[in-house]
Design a protein around this ligand. Sequence first.
Ligand SMILES: Cc1cc2nc3c(=O)[nH]c(=O)nc-3n(C[C@H](O)[C@H](O)[C@H](O)COP(=O)(O)O)c2cc1C
Length: 476
Amino acid sequence: MSLDLRKWLDTVDEMGELKHVAGADWNLEIGAISALNVRKDENSALLFDAVQDYPKGSRILTCSTSSLERIALTFGLPQKSSAVQLVSAMRGMLPTWEAGFKDFPQQTVESGPVLENVRSGKDVNLFALPVPRWHDKDGGRYIGTGDAIITRDPDSGELNMGTYRIMVHDEKTTALYISPGKHGRMHYEKYFAQGKPCPVAMSFGHHPLVFRTAASEVPSGSEYRFIGAVQGEPVKVVTEEITGLPIPADSEIVAVGWVRPGHTKMEGPFGEWTGYYASKERGAPVVDVERIYFRNEPILLGAPPNRPPNDSTTFNVIKNSAMLWNALDKSGVPDVRGVWMSDVGQQQLVIVSIKQRFHGHVKQAAHLACQNRPAAYHGRYVILVDDDIDPSDIKQVLWALCTRSDPENDIEIIRRAWSTPLDTMIRKPTDKLLNSRAIIDACKPYEWFDEFPEDIKLDPELEKQVIGKWGTILNL
Ligand SMILES: Cc1cc2nc3c(=O)[nH]c(=O)nc-3n(C[C@H](O)[C@H](O)[C@H](O)COP(=O)(O)O)c2cc1C
Protein backbone atom coordinates (compact mmCIF):
# COMPACT_ATOMS: atom_id res chain seq x y z
CA MET A 1 0.00 0.00 0.00
CA SER A 2 1.36 3.44 -0.85
CA LEU A 3 0.51 6.76 0.77
CA ASP A 4 0.61 8.47 -2.62
CA LEU A 5 -2.76 10.14 -3.16
CA ARG A 6 -2.31 9.97 -6.94
CA LYS A 7 -2.01 6.18 -6.96
CA TRP A 8 -5.12 5.99 -4.78
CA LEU A 9 -6.94 8.21 -7.29
CA ASP A 10 -5.86 5.96 -10.18
CA THR A 11 -7.38 2.96 -8.41
CA VAL A 12 -10.58 4.85 -7.62
CA ASP A 13 -10.77 5.83 -11.29
CA GLU A 14 -10.39 2.18 -12.33
CA MET A 15 -13.19 1.29 -9.90
CA GLY A 16 -15.39 3.82 -11.73
CA GLU A 17 -15.76 5.95 -8.59
CA LEU A 18 -13.97 9.15 -9.67
CA LYS A 19 -15.51 12.12 -11.48
CA HIS A 20 -13.41 14.93 -12.97
CA VAL A 21 -14.98 18.37 -12.75
CA ALA A 22 -13.54 21.32 -14.67
CA GLY A 23 -14.38 24.99 -14.29
CA ALA A 24 -16.27 25.03 -10.96
CA ASP A 25 -16.09 28.17 -8.84
CA TRP A 26 -14.16 28.04 -5.53
CA ASN A 27 -16.78 30.45 -4.23
CA LEU A 28 -19.68 28.19 -3.07
CA GLU A 29 -19.97 26.05 -6.21
CA ILE A 30 -17.44 23.38 -5.17
CA GLY A 31 -19.12 23.23 -1.77
CA ALA A 32 -22.61 22.92 -3.26
CA ILE A 33 -21.62 20.26 -5.83
CA SER A 34 -19.93 18.23 -3.08
CA ALA A 35 -22.93 18.56 -0.74
CA LEU A 36 -25.38 17.40 -3.42
CA ASN A 37 -23.07 14.55 -4.42
CA VAL A 38 -22.96 12.93 -0.97
CA ARG A 39 -26.74 13.03 -0.64
CA LYS A 40 -26.74 10.10 -3.07
CA ASP A 41 -25.99 6.67 -1.63
CA GLU A 42 -23.95 5.87 -4.71
CA ASN A 43 -21.62 8.80 -5.08
CA SER A 44 -18.18 9.32 -6.63
CA ALA A 45 -15.10 11.08 -5.38
CA LEU A 46 -14.86 14.47 -7.10
CA LEU A 47 -11.59 15.86 -8.46
CA PHE A 48 -11.95 19.55 -9.34
CA ASP A 49 -9.47 21.07 -11.76
CA ALA A 50 -9.21 24.37 -13.66
CA VAL A 51 -11.08 25.97 -10.78
CA GLN A 52 -12.50 29.43 -11.52
CA ASP A 53 -9.71 32.07 -11.31
CA TYR A 54 -7.00 29.38 -11.10
CA PRO A 55 -4.83 27.69 -13.71
CA LYS A 56 -5.25 24.06 -14.70
CA GLY A 57 -3.33 21.88 -12.25
CA SER A 58 -4.57 23.57 -9.05
CA ARG A 59 -6.81 20.83 -7.83
CA ILE A 60 -9.25 19.95 -5.05
CA LEU A 61 -10.52 16.50 -4.12
CA THR A 62 -13.77 16.08 -2.16
CA CYS A 63 -16.00 13.14 -1.16
CA SER A 64 -12.87 10.98 -1.00
CA THR A 65 -14.21 8.43 1.46
CA SER A 66 -17.97 8.91 1.15
CA SER A 67 -18.66 5.41 -0.19
CA LEU A 68 -18.23 1.98 1.37
CA GLU A 69 -16.01 0.87 -1.52
CA ARG A 70 -13.64 3.81 -1.15
CA ILE A 71 -13.50 3.34 2.64
CA ALA A 72 -12.64 -0.34 2.11
CA LEU A 73 -9.95 0.59 -0.41
CA THR A 74 -8.42 3.20 1.89
CA PHE A 75 -8.16 0.81 4.84
CA GLY A 76 -7.43 -2.37 2.92
CA LEU A 77 -10.75 -3.92 4.01
CA PRO A 78 -12.91 -6.31 1.94
CA GLN A 79 -14.64 -4.74 -1.05
CA LYS A 80 -18.37 -5.24 -1.71
CA SER A 81 -19.18 -5.17 2.02
CA SER A 82 -22.34 -3.75 3.55
CA ALA A 83 -21.95 -1.04 6.21
CA VAL A 84 -22.54 -3.57 8.98
CA GLN A 85 -19.95 -5.92 7.45
CA LEU A 86 -17.43 -3.07 7.25
CA VAL A 87 -17.96 -2.28 10.94
CA SER A 88 -17.18 -5.92 11.71
CA ALA A 89 -14.16 -5.93 9.41
CA MET A 90 -12.73 -2.73 10.87
CA ARG A 91 -13.46 -3.91 14.40
CA GLY A 92 -11.63 -7.12 13.64
CA MET A 93 -8.58 -5.27 12.30
CA LEU A 94 -8.29 -2.62 15.03
CA PRO A 95 -6.50 -4.89 17.56
CA THR A 96 -4.08 -6.03 14.84
CA TRP A 97 -3.35 -2.45 13.84
CA GLU A 98 -2.91 -1.40 17.47
CA ALA A 99 -0.61 -4.36 18.14
CA GLY A 100 1.40 -3.19 15.11
CA PHE A 101 2.08 0.28 16.56
CA LYS A 102 5.42 -0.88 17.96
CA ASP A 103 6.57 -2.14 14.55
CA PHE A 104 5.69 0.95 12.54
CA PRO A 105 7.20 4.16 13.91
CA GLN A 106 7.54 6.77 11.18
CA GLN A 107 10.66 6.49 9.04
CA THR A 108 12.67 9.66 8.42
CA VAL A 109 13.81 10.08 4.84
CA GLU A 110 15.89 12.81 3.23
CA SER A 111 13.44 13.86 0.57
CA GLY A 112 10.00 13.23 -0.87
CA PRO A 113 7.45 14.53 -3.38
CA VAL A 114 6.24 17.18 -0.89
CA LEU A 115 9.55 19.04 -1.33
CA GLU A 116 9.08 19.50 -5.09
CA ASN A 117 8.23 23.18 -4.53
CA VAL A 118 9.09 25.41 -1.59
CA ARG A 119 7.92 28.97 -0.93
CA SER A 120 9.26 30.86 2.09
CA GLY A 121 8.69 34.22 3.78
CA LYS A 122 7.47 36.89 1.39
CA ASP A 123 6.73 34.26 -1.29
CA VAL A 124 4.17 32.44 0.84
CA ASN A 125 0.70 32.91 -0.65
CA LEU A 126 -2.05 30.62 0.58
CA PHE A 127 -4.46 32.08 -1.95
CA ALA A 128 -2.28 30.66 -4.72
CA LEU A 129 -4.28 27.52 -3.91
CA PRO A 130 -7.97 27.38 -4.92
CA VAL A 131 -9.22 27.54 -1.34
CA PRO A 132 -13.01 27.12 -1.30
CA ARG A 133 -15.67 29.09 0.45
CA TRP A 134 -17.78 26.06 1.27
CA HIS A 135 -21.05 27.49 2.68
CA ASP A 136 -22.66 30.86 2.11
CA LYS A 137 -22.57 31.94 5.79
CA ASP A 138 -18.91 30.94 6.31
CA GLY A 139 -16.79 33.77 7.65
CA GLY A 140 -13.99 33.05 5.17
CA ARG A 141 -12.31 30.55 2.87
CA TYR A 142 -11.33 27.30 4.60
CA ILE A 143 -8.16 25.63 3.36
CA GLY A 144 -8.35 23.02 6.12
CA THR A 145 -11.27 20.59 6.29
CA GLY A 146 -9.68 17.27 5.29
CA ASP A 147 -6.37 18.28 6.80
CA ALA A 148 -3.87 16.78 9.24
CA ILE A 149 -2.41 19.25 11.74
CA ILE A 150 0.84 18.10 13.32
CA THR A 151 1.96 19.36 16.74
CA ARG A 152 4.24 18.10 19.48
CA ASP A 153 3.71 17.97 23.24
CA PRO A 154 6.45 20.27 24.64
CA ASP A 155 6.75 18.15 27.80
CA SER A 156 6.63 14.56 26.59
CA GLY A 157 7.68 15.13 22.99
CA GLU A 158 4.65 13.12 21.87
CA LEU A 159 3.44 13.94 18.35
CA ASN A 160 -0.18 14.48 17.45
CA MET A 161 -2.01 14.65 14.18
CA GLY A 162 -5.57 16.00 14.25
CA THR A 163 -8.07 17.28 11.73
CA TYR A 164 -8.97 20.81 12.76
CA ARG A 165 -10.61 23.43 10.59
CA ILE A 166 -8.33 26.11 9.14
CA MET A 167 -9.64 29.43 7.82
CA VAL A 168 -7.32 31.61 5.73
CA HIS A 169 -7.07 35.17 7.06
CA ASP A 170 -4.70 36.47 4.38
CA GLU A 171 -1.86 35.25 2.17
CA LYS A 172 0.37 34.39 5.13
CA THR A 173 -1.86 33.73 8.14
CA THR A 174 -4.59 31.30 9.05
CA ALA A 175 -6.84 30.63 12.02
CA LEU A 176 -6.58 27.36 13.93
CA TYR A 177 -9.78 26.25 15.63
CA ILE A 178 -9.42 23.30 18.02
CA SER A 179 -12.15 22.34 20.48
CA PRO A 180 -11.31 22.18 24.19
CA GLY A 181 -9.99 18.77 25.22
CA LYS A 182 -8.53 17.86 21.81
CA HIS A 183 -4.85 16.98 21.73
CA GLY A 184 -3.60 19.76 19.43
CA ARG A 185 -5.18 22.34 21.72
CA MET A 186 -3.62 20.84 24.81
CA HIS A 187 -0.25 21.06 23.03
CA TYR A 188 -0.45 24.77 22.20
CA GLU A 189 -1.86 25.53 25.64
CA LYS A 190 1.21 23.89 27.19
CA TYR A 191 3.56 25.99 25.02
CA PHE A 192 1.61 29.13 25.91
CA ALA A 193 1.80 28.31 29.64
CA GLN A 194 5.59 28.34 29.20
CA GLY A 195 5.34 31.66 27.31
CA LYS A 196 6.58 30.01 24.08
CA PRO A 197 5.20 29.88 20.53
CA CYS A 198 3.94 26.50 19.33
CA PRO A 199 5.29 25.07 16.05
CA VAL A 200 2.64 23.71 13.70
CA ALA A 201 2.78 21.78 10.43
CA MET A 202 -0.46 21.68 8.44
CA SER A 203 -0.87 19.07 5.72
CA PHE A 204 -3.70 20.15 3.42
CA GLY A 205 -3.53 17.37 0.82
CA HIS A 206 -2.69 13.69 1.31
CA HIS A 207 -3.91 10.12 1.03
CA PRO A 208 -7.36 9.78 2.69
CA LEU A 209 -5.86 7.33 5.20
CA VAL A 210 -3.87 10.25 6.64
CA PHE A 211 -6.97 12.43 6.87
CA ARG A 212 -9.25 9.77 8.34
CA THR A 213 -6.62 8.79 10.91
CA ALA A 214 -6.06 12.42 11.92
CA ALA A 215 -9.83 12.78 12.36
CA SER A 216 -10.11 9.62 14.48
CA GLU A 217 -9.83 9.00 18.18
CA VAL A 218 -6.78 6.79 17.80
CA PRO A 219 -4.62 6.71 20.95
CA SER A 220 -2.78 9.96 21.46
CA GLY A 221 0.60 10.15 19.79
CA SER A 222 0.11 7.09 17.62
CA GLU A 223 -1.30 8.47 14.37
CA TYR A 224 1.82 7.81 12.27
CA ARG A 225 2.12 4.34 13.80
CA PHE A 226 -1.56 3.66 13.13
CA ILE A 227 -1.21 4.59 9.45
CA GLY A 228 1.96 2.49 9.25
CA ALA A 229 0.20 -0.52 10.75
CA VAL A 230 -2.78 -0.17 8.37
CA GLN A 231 -0.61 0.06 5.28
CA GLY A 232 1.91 -2.49 6.54
CA GLU A 233 4.94 -0.23 6.19
CA PRO A 234 6.22 2.83 8.07
CA VAL A 235 5.07 6.28 7.03
CA LYS A 236 7.93 8.09 5.34
CA VAL A 237 8.46 11.54 6.85
CA VAL A 238 10.77 14.44 6.20
CA THR A 239 12.00 16.51 9.15
CA GLU A 240 10.73 19.97 8.36
CA GLU A 241 13.51 22.54 8.61
CA ILE A 242 11.79 25.44 10.41
CA THR A 243 9.64 23.63 12.97
CA GLY A 244 11.54 20.34 13.29
CA LEU A 245 8.24 18.51 12.91
CA PRO A 246 8.06 15.32 10.84
CA ILE A 247 5.81 15.86 7.80
CA PRO A 248 4.55 13.09 5.47
CA ALA A 249 7.00 12.85 2.54
CA ASP A 250 4.08 12.05 0.21
CA SER A 251 1.88 14.99 1.20
CA GLU A 252 0.57 17.20 -1.56
CA ILE A 253 0.76 20.46 0.41
CA VAL A 254 2.19 21.30 3.83
CA ALA A 255 2.29 24.78 5.40
CA VAL A 256 4.38 25.36 8.52
CA GLY A 257 4.57 28.15 11.04
CA TRP A 258 3.94 29.28 14.58
CA VAL A 259 1.01 29.91 16.89
CA ARG A 260 1.98 32.61 19.36
CA PRO A 261 0.59 33.17 22.88
CA GLY A 262 -2.08 35.87 22.96
CA HIS A 263 -2.24 36.22 19.16
CA THR A 264 -5.86 35.62 18.20
CA LYS A 265 -8.17 36.88 15.49
CA MET A 266 -11.85 36.39 14.70
CA GLU A 267 -12.61 33.01 13.11
CA GLY A 268 -15.90 31.60 11.78
CA PRO A 269 -18.74 31.20 11.50
CA PHE A 270 -18.37 27.89 9.68
CA GLY A 271 -20.93 25.32 8.55
CA GLU A 272 -20.25 22.49 10.98
CA TRP A 273 -20.84 18.72 11.06
CA THR A 274 -23.92 19.09 13.23
CA GLY A 275 -25.57 20.89 10.30
CA TYR A 276 -25.41 24.36 11.86
CA TYR A 277 -23.19 27.43 12.15
CA ALA A 278 -23.28 26.93 15.91
CA SER A 279 -19.95 28.17 17.20
CA LYS A 280 -20.39 31.53 15.46
CA GLU A 281 -17.54 34.01 15.05
CA ARG A 282 -15.03 34.21 17.90
CA GLY A 283 -11.33 34.66 18.61
CA ALA A 284 -9.08 31.76 17.65
CA PRO A 285 -5.28 31.39 17.60
CA VAL A 286 -3.50 32.65 14.49
CA VAL A 287 -0.88 30.61 12.60
CA ASP A 288 1.89 32.73 11.07
CA VAL A 289 2.87 30.65 8.05
CA GLU A 290 6.57 30.86 7.27
CA ARG A 291 6.89 28.27 4.55
CA ILE A 292 4.77 26.18 2.24
CA TYR A 293 5.81 22.95 0.51
CA PHE A 294 3.84 21.41 -2.35
CA ARG A 295 3.95 18.87 -5.14
CA ASN A 296 3.67 19.85 -8.77
CA GLU A 297 -0.02 20.36 -9.61
CA PRO A 298 -0.97 19.94 -5.93
CA ILE A 299 -4.27 18.47 -4.76
CA LEU A 300 -6.04 20.04 -1.80
CA LEU A 301 -8.17 17.56 0.15
CA GLY A 302 -11.54 18.98 1.16
CA ALA A 303 -14.16 17.39 3.40
CA PRO A 304 -16.86 19.99 3.89
CA PRO A 305 -19.11 19.42 6.88
CA ASN A 306 -22.83 19.79 6.24
CA ARG A 307 -26.22 18.77 7.51
CA PRO A 308 -26.00 14.95 7.33
CA PRO A 309 -25.34 13.12 5.10
CA ASN A 310 -22.05 14.89 4.54
CA ASP A 311 -18.54 14.02 3.32
CA SER A 312 -17.72 12.28 6.61
CA THR A 313 -20.93 10.59 7.77
CA THR A 314 -20.51 7.21 6.05
CA PHE A 315 -16.94 6.87 7.28
CA ASN A 316 -17.76 8.05 10.79
CA VAL A 317 -20.49 5.44 11.24
CA ILE A 318 -18.06 2.66 10.35
CA LYS A 319 -15.07 3.95 12.31
CA ASN A 320 -16.90 5.18 15.42
CA SER A 321 -19.10 2.09 15.69
CA ALA A 322 -16.08 -0.21 15.34
CA MET A 323 -14.02 1.76 17.88
CA LEU A 324 -16.81 2.02 20.43
CA TRP A 325 -17.72 -1.66 20.13
CA ASN A 326 -14.11 -2.67 20.80
CA ALA A 327 -13.86 -0.18 23.66
CA LEU A 328 -16.96 -1.76 25.27
CA ASP A 329 -15.44 -5.21 24.89
CA LYS A 330 -12.21 -3.98 26.47
CA SER A 331 -14.18 -2.42 29.34
CA GLY A 332 -15.59 -5.87 30.09
CA VAL A 333 -19.20 -5.42 28.96
CA PRO A 334 -20.34 -8.92 27.96
CA ASP A 335 -22.60 -9.88 25.06
CA VAL A 336 -22.63 -6.65 23.06
CA ARG A 337 -24.31 -7.73 19.82
CA GLY A 338 -24.10 -4.50 17.85
CA VAL A 339 -23.04 -0.85 18.05
CA TRP A 340 -24.28 1.79 15.67
CA MET A 341 -23.29 5.44 15.86
CA SER A 342 -25.89 6.56 13.38
CA ASP A 343 -25.06 8.53 10.25
CA VAL A 344 -27.71 11.10 11.16
CA GLY A 345 -26.83 11.64 14.81
CA GLN A 346 -23.15 10.68 14.51
CA GLN A 347 -21.67 10.58 18.00
CA GLN A 348 -24.78 12.32 19.31
CA LEU A 349 -26.87 9.19 18.88
CA VAL A 350 -25.32 5.92 19.95
CA ILE A 351 -27.28 2.68 19.72
CA VAL A 352 -26.04 -0.47 21.41
CA SER A 353 -27.73 -3.85 21.30
CA ILE A 354 -26.98 -6.45 23.95
CA LYS A 355 -28.09 -9.92 24.96
CA GLN A 356 -29.11 -9.21 28.55
CA ARG A 357 -27.44 -11.54 31.02
CA PHE A 358 -27.96 -10.00 34.48
CA HIS A 359 -29.70 -7.22 36.42
CA GLY A 360 -27.95 -3.93 35.68
CA HIS A 361 -26.31 -5.17 32.48
CA VAL A 362 -28.09 -2.50 30.43
CA LYS A 363 -26.95 0.28 32.76
CA GLN A 364 -23.35 -0.93 32.72
CA ALA A 365 -23.27 -0.98 28.91
CA ALA A 366 -25.06 2.36 28.62
CA HIS A 367 -22.78 4.32 30.96
CA LEU A 368 -19.62 2.94 29.41
CA ALA A 369 -20.94 3.59 25.89
CA CYS A 370 -21.77 7.14 26.86
CA GLN A 371 -18.32 8.07 28.20
CA ASN A 372 -15.87 6.05 26.12
CA ARG A 373 -13.61 8.25 23.96
CA PRO A 374 -15.27 7.57 20.56
CA ALA A 375 -18.60 8.79 21.95
CA ALA A 376 -17.70 10.99 24.91
CA TYR A 377 -17.16 14.29 23.08
CA HIS A 378 -20.40 16.14 22.25
CA GLY A 379 -22.65 13.10 22.79
CA ARG A 380 -26.36 13.42 23.43
CA TYR A 381 -28.38 10.16 23.44
CA VAL A 382 -27.45 6.55 24.09
CA ILE A 383 -30.16 3.98 23.37
CA LEU A 384 -29.84 0.38 24.53
CA VAL A 385 -31.84 -2.28 22.67
CA ASP A 386 -32.16 -6.06 22.92
CA ASP A 387 -30.32 -8.37 20.58
CA ASP A 388 -33.39 -9.00 18.41
CA ILE A 389 -33.16 -5.36 17.27
CA ASP A 390 -30.74 -4.40 14.49
CA PRO A 391 -29.11 -1.21 15.81
CA SER A 392 -28.34 -0.06 12.25
CA ASP A 393 -32.06 -0.08 11.38
CA ILE A 394 -33.48 3.15 12.81
CA LYS A 395 -37.09 1.94 12.30
CA GLN A 396 -36.50 -1.11 14.47
CA VAL A 397 -34.73 1.07 17.06
CA LEU A 398 -37.64 3.52 17.23
CA TRP A 399 -40.09 0.62 17.51
CA ALA A 400 -38.15 -0.71 20.49
CA LEU A 401 -37.96 2.79 21.97
CA CYS A 402 -41.74 3.19 21.72
CA THR A 403 -42.68 -0.27 22.94
CA ARG A 404 -39.97 -1.23 25.44
CA SER A 405 -39.23 1.98 27.34
CA ASP A 406 -41.20 3.89 29.91
CA PRO A 407 -40.00 7.53 29.94
CA GLU A 408 -40.47 7.91 33.68
CA ASN A 409 -38.28 4.95 34.57
CA ASP A 410 -36.07 4.31 31.59
CA ILE A 411 -34.47 7.65 30.80
CA GLU A 412 -31.53 8.66 32.93
CA ILE A 413 -29.76 12.00 32.66
CA ILE A 414 -26.01 12.40 33.06
CA ARG A 415 -25.01 15.99 33.77
CA ARG A 416 -21.89 18.12 33.19
CA ALA A 417 -20.43 16.04 30.36
CA TRP A 418 -17.78 17.01 27.74
CA SER A 419 -19.22 19.38 25.17
CA THR A 420 -17.99 22.09 22.85
CA PRO A 421 -18.81 25.53 21.39
CA LEU A 422 -20.20 23.56 18.41
CA ASP A 423 -23.05 22.32 20.62
CA THR A 424 -26.25 23.81 19.19
CA MET A 425 -27.89 23.72 22.63
CA ILE A 426 -25.28 25.86 24.36
CA ARG A 427 -26.56 29.40 24.06
CA LYS A 428 -23.31 31.28 24.64
CA PRO A 429 -20.26 29.16 23.76
CA THR A 430 -18.08 31.18 26.09
CA ASP A 431 -20.34 30.54 29.10
CA LYS A 432 -19.99 26.80 29.55
CA LEU A 433 -18.79 23.81 27.64
CA LEU A 434 -20.86 21.18 29.38
CA ASN A 435 -23.96 19.32 28.27
CA SER A 436 -26.19 16.54 29.53
CA ARG A 437 -26.73 13.06 28.15
CA ALA A 438 -29.82 10.87 28.09
CA ILE A 439 -29.38 7.16 28.46
CA ILE A 440 -32.49 5.38 27.27
CA ASP A 441 -33.14 1.79 28.24
CA ALA A 442 -35.28 0.46 25.37
CA CYS A 443 -34.69 -3.17 26.36
CA LYS A 444 -37.35 -5.46 27.78
CA PRO A 445 -37.14 -5.17 31.59
CA TYR A 446 -34.81 -7.93 32.71
CA GLU A 447 -36.84 -8.72 35.86
CA TRP A 448 -39.94 -9.65 33.82
CA PHE A 449 -38.30 -10.45 30.51
CA ASP A 450 -40.19 -13.76 30.16
CA GLU A 451 -43.55 -12.14 30.87
CA PHE A 452 -43.01 -9.36 28.31
CA PRO A 453 -45.68 -9.48 25.57
CA GLU A 454 -44.56 -11.75 22.80
CA ASP A 455 -43.76 -9.86 19.62
CA ILE A 456 -45.22 -10.87 16.30
CA LYS A 457 -42.76 -12.71 14.11
CA LEU A 458 -43.15 -14.21 10.70
CA ASP A 459 -42.20 -17.86 10.98
CA PRO A 460 -39.13 -18.27 8.71
CA GLU A 461 -40.54 -21.47 7.17
CA LEU A 462 -43.89 -19.79 6.40
CA GLU A 463 -42.04 -16.76 5.00
CA LYS A 464 -40.07 -18.98 2.64
CA GLN A 465 -43.20 -20.81 1.50
CA VAL A 466 -45.16 -17.60 0.95
CA ILE A 467 -42.35 -16.01 -1.02
CA GLY A 468 -42.12 -19.17 -3.12
CA LYS A 469 -45.85 -19.12 -3.83
CA TRP A 470 -46.68 -15.38 -3.87
CA GLY A 471 -43.31 -13.77 -4.53
CA THR A 472 -44.31 -12.40 -7.95
CA ILE A 473 -47.23 -10.47 -6.46
CA LEU A 474 -44.91 -9.06 -3.81
CA ASN A 475 -42.09 -8.36 -6.24
CA LEU A 476 -39.82 -10.54 -4.09
C1 LIG B 1 -14.00 17.22 8.43
C2 LIG B 1 -13.64 17.29 9.90
C3 LIG B 1 -13.40 18.51 10.47
C4 LIG B 1 -13.08 18.62 11.84
N1 LIG B 1 -12.84 19.84 12.37
C5 LIG B 1 -12.49 19.95 13.67
C6 LIG B 1 -12.17 21.24 14.23
O1 LIG B 1 -12.23 22.26 13.57
N2 LIG B 1 -11.80 21.27 15.53
C7 LIG B 1 -11.74 20.14 16.32
O2 LIG B 1 -11.40 20.25 17.48
N3 LIG B 1 -12.05 18.93 15.81
C8 LIG B 1 -12.41 18.80 14.51
N4 LIG B 1 -12.70 17.58 13.98
C9 LIG B 1 -12.69 16.38 14.86
C10 LIG B 1 -11.28 15.92 15.16
O3 LIG B 1 -10.53 15.79 13.99
C11 LIG B 1 -11.27 14.59 15.91
O4 LIG B 1 -11.94 14.76 17.13
C12 LIG B 1 -9.86 14.07 16.16
O5 LIG B 1 -9.94 12.87 16.91
C13 LIG B 1 -9.03 15.08 16.88
O6 LIG B 1 -7.74 14.58 17.11
P1 LIG B 1 -7.18 14.52 18.59
O7 LIG B 1 -8.08 13.55 19.35
O8 LIG B 1 -5.80 13.99 18.41
O9 LIG B 1 -7.23 15.89 19.13
C14 LIG B 1 -13.01 17.45 12.63
C15 LIG B 1 -13.24 16.20 12.03
C16 LIG B 1 -13.56 16.12 10.68
C17 LIG B 1 -13.82 14.76 10.06
